[in-house]
Write a protein that binds this ligand. Structure first.
Ligand code: GDP
Ligand code: MG
Length: 210
């Protein structure tokens, strides 16, 4: 009854996509062990981070998380970035309407190369007072049966939620939980908890209004 040896940990390629400047690289680097594991894949021009979570029932899951090195800002991501992706995270920035409007296009690019793989959408920078994409505006995931979370990379708010959602889909286990761990960087900013409670309430209301 011991831990699974690391070479037997189920491992999944996780593609992180979204427009430039929305906080993708900041988000990934919050996870301190992942940050240390970073490897550059020259053929693709991507950085790959290894992120392992302990799961209830003496299990582990490992994501090989692919981040761009800025190609999305100049001409876009090539197919080899997506190829053999097993799950995906599409990020946008709640302070920029354009980055939300581009979410369907990112989704299309994923499905074109990978088919329908477990995918989660995250709206970053919810700490910002200049939020323009409000909870009631976020409806793409409702039409497409995707999961959505508000996040804030700088405050660690909801950091683990998107990974937990993907792990549940990949293991086909809705009761899956992550064991507590504290490998995250200290928050750069403190989130306004009252504001987050309001956003959470608004997101819940949206989920049932159609
Ligand atoms: P990428 O191009 O998508 O990888 O974005 P970066 O990680 O380089 O971040 C772009 C900018 O957004 C940087 O100035 C970050 O400091 C800022 N940023 C990232 N995450 C957050 C966040 O959660 N809140 C706020 N307010 N700013 C953030
Ligand atoms: Mg980046």
């Amino acid at each position: 009854y011991s831990r699974i040896p690391s070479d037997e940990v189920p491992t999944f390629k996780l593609i992180l996509v979204g427009d430039g400047g929305i906080g993708k690289t900041t988000f990934v680097n919050r996870h301190l062990t992942a940050k240390l594991s970073k490897k550059y894949i020259a053929a693709v021009g991507a950085e790959v981070y290894t992120m392992t979570f302990n799961v209830n029932g003496n299990r582990k899951i490992r994501f090989d998380l692919w981040d761009t090195t800025g190609q999305e800002k100049v001409g876009g991501l090539r197919d080899n970035y997506f190829s053999e992706g097993q799950c995906a995270m599409i990020m946008f920035d709640v302070t920029s309407r354009t980055t939300y409007d581009n979410v369907p296009d990112w989704f299309k690019q994923i499905t074109r190369v990978c088919g329908y793989i477990p995918t989660v959408i995250v709206g970053n920078k919810v700490d910002a007072k200049s939020r323009v994409v409000q909870p009631k505006d976020i409806d793409f995931h409702r039409n497409t049966y995707l999961q959505y979370y508000d996040i804030s990379a700088k405050s660690n708010y909801n950091f683990k939620k998107p990974f937990l959602h993907l792990a549940r889909k990949l293991f086909d286990d809705d009761d899956l939980e992550f064991e507590a761990e504290d490998t995250l960087a200290l928050p750069d900013i403190n989130i306004d908890k009252q504001m987050m409670i309001q956003y959470e309430q608004q997101l819940r209301e949206c989920a049932y209004d159609d």
